[in-house]
Design a protein. Structure first.
Length: 166
């Protein structure tokens, strides 16, 4: 059975498009009850995986650590495997209190996209944003991490989707 590493899983379920994959959940926060408690920057002796899925977790790392995490994603992938990554899309966004869109959690501002969702920060310090991406910077980061191809797509709700293939 194909395996997917759900990196920075938090409490979120794996998307339905990974039906049929064996999920391995990884998070630095043990309260999330992951299969592996570890940082995305040092995955240890795991893998290989056919896919790595990371949704809204990479931006919680400092830029130099985000680069380490991408290199780790590449390392644990099987040849031809893919990393599917979602991060906030900062293109054209200013860190203001202007509401950009409504989410299930509540209104999202530019300030939230840059620094982390304000209502969650006080209770969970892991939710702070320490780096940010736009389409070009994410594609470059994937290439520097060793991915043979990198595709990025801006999608609704100020989301950026990236696919890196090993």
């Amino acid at each position: 059975m194909a395996k997917v590493l759900h990196a920075g899983c938090g409490g979120d379920p794996l998307p339905v498009w990974f039906a049929g994959f064996d999920e391995v959940r990884l998070d630095i926060n043990p309260d999330c009850k992951p299969d592996i408690v570890a940082s995305m920057t040092s995955l240890g002796d795991i893998g290989p995986f056919e896919a790595v899925y990371c949704s809204h977790a990479l931006e919680h790392l400092f830029p130099h650590d985000a680069a380490k995490a991408l290199a780790e994603f590449h390392r644990v992938l099987a040849p031809g495997g893919q990393a599917l990554i979602f991060v906030p899309d900062l293109e054209g966004v200013a860190p203001t209190q202007e509401v950009l869109f409504e989410s299930a959690a509540g209104p999202i501002t530019g300030h939230d996209l840059f620094y982390g969702y304000a209502p969650y920060l006080a209770s969970n310090p892991f939710m702070g944003h320490r780096s940010g991406f736009m389409a070009d910077s994410m594609a470059l980061a994937l290439e520097v991490a060793g991915f043979s191809s990198a595709l990025t797509q801006r999608i609704q709700g100020h989301n950026l989707m990236a696919i890196g293939t090993k």
